[in-house]
Design a protein around this ligand. Structure first.
Ligand code: NAG
Ligand code: NAG
Ligand code: NAG
Ligand code: NAG
Ligand code: NAG
Ligand code: NAG
Ligand code: NAG
Ligand code: NAG
Ligand code: NAG
Ligand code: NAG
Length: 236
């Protein structure tokens, strides 16, 4: 079931007349921002006389040989392979996500090195927006949303300090928090994924002495019903 090669960085030393090579299968995924250039390193020290070939899945991307490069069709105008074996992909697209492999051959065509890695292309997160609503006893319901971004996770800070359970109630959804009574200050929601982080403008929330129960449950209905029960529970 468990393939140790995928979890343990694997080092291999090979020697030939043409190249002294360190090989490994990269166990940590490589993340690239959608639309940007992505560099994939093969972590080897190469002599110019070797041939380097990169593939995505079974499709060849291109080769570097005798100081020259040749690329296959979809990659012709947006890829580069350097003498050190590094592949650069430009203007990355979602479907550039996948398995990449590199093969190094010496002058007589012998495959002297194989490496592979997993690539994920993610859209960067747009600036998050915070909506705040006063609850009946002075608590503040905060909902953070982003328009764009893959696999986004959220974080909150109050006056520059991460929100903790003594200041707020956390729900299962990290984009929803409820500030406890009498807690006020500059709030920022931080949205993060593997390729970017972006934060909201700061929101000053102060709900002392305000009551607004109906608005809340309407606002909550479109988020999640269990959350609404959660709020009720807090209020009662
Ligand atoms: C890397 O993975 C490929 C395919 O899983 C395997 O054939 C190769 O031997 C591995 N190389 C190293 C250095 O572990
Ligand atoms: C290449 O090796 C270095 C040093 O061991 C390591 O830090 C780096 O993550 C490796 N490259 C990639 C793409 O993982
Ligand atoms: C490749 O280029 C390097 C530097 O430009 C040069 O030293 C080397 O001789 C070249 N190798 C071949 C095979 O053309
Ligand atoms: C290989 O060369 C390219 C272009 O000079 C550079 O961007 C890249 O970082 C180099 N790769 C490594 C592993 O040093
Ligand atoms: C990848 O997606 C782009 C559009 O984002 C499309 O033009 C291209 O044909 C797709 N490539 C493949 C191999 O599906
Ligand atoms: C945050 O997102 C906005 C677009 O919503 C973008 O203009 C800005 O550059 C982003 N900031 C960072 C630090 O990525
Ligand atoms: C999504 O992000 C979480 C951490 O926030 C991470 O553990 C997970 O691997 C990511 N998933 C993908 C597909 O990148
Ligand atoms: C959230 O904030 C804490 C404390 O500042 C930090 O350790 C953590 O890495 C942050 N998580 C994300 C996903 O930004
Ligand atoms: C929560 O944060 C506040 C303000 O930074 C701090 O004074 C308090 O000790 C923290 N409480 C816990 C349980 O971490
Ligand atoms: C919050 O509003 C109340 C009532 O308007 C006011 O007395 C209090 O000073 C405000 N607190 C902050 C931190 O702005």
């Amino acid at each position: 079931m468990i393939n140790l090669n995928k979890f343990i960085p694997y080092w291999l030393f090979l020697f030939s007349l043409n190249a002294y090579v360190t090989a490994e299968n990269i166990s940590v995924p490589v993340y690239g921002a959608l639309g940007d250039s992505l560099y994939l390193h093969c972590n080897t020290t190469l002599k110019s006389s070797v041939e380097v070939q990169w593939k995505q899945g079974v499709n060849r991307i291109g080769v570097f040989k005798n100081n020259r490069t040749a690329f296959d069709n979809p990659y012709k105008n947006r890829a580069e392979i350097f003498a050190n074996g590094t592949l650069r992909l430009d203007r990355t697209q979602k479907n550039d996500s996948g398995d990449y492999s590199v093969d190094v051959f010496n002058t007589d065509g012998t495959n002297i090195f194989k490496g592979s890695m997993q690539v994920y292309i993610q859209e960067a997160v747009s600036q998050p927006v915070v909506h705040s609503t006063c609850l009946s006893h002075g608590e503040v319901l905060l909902v953070c949303t982003v328009d764009k971004g893959d696999n986004v996770s959220f974080n909150w800070s109050l006056d520059g300090v991460p929100l903790n359970t003594s200041l707020a109630y956390f729900s299962d959804e990290e984009y929803v928090v409820i500030l406890k009574k009498h807690v006020s200050g500059n709030l920022v929601c931080i949205a993060t994924n593997q390729v970017s982080t972006n934060q909201s403008d700061s929101v000053i929330s102060n709900c002392s002495g305000r009551k607004n129960k109906h608005v809340i449950c309407l606002a909550l209905l479109y988020i999640e019903l269990p959350c609404c029960f959660y709020i009720r529970h807090i209020n009662n």
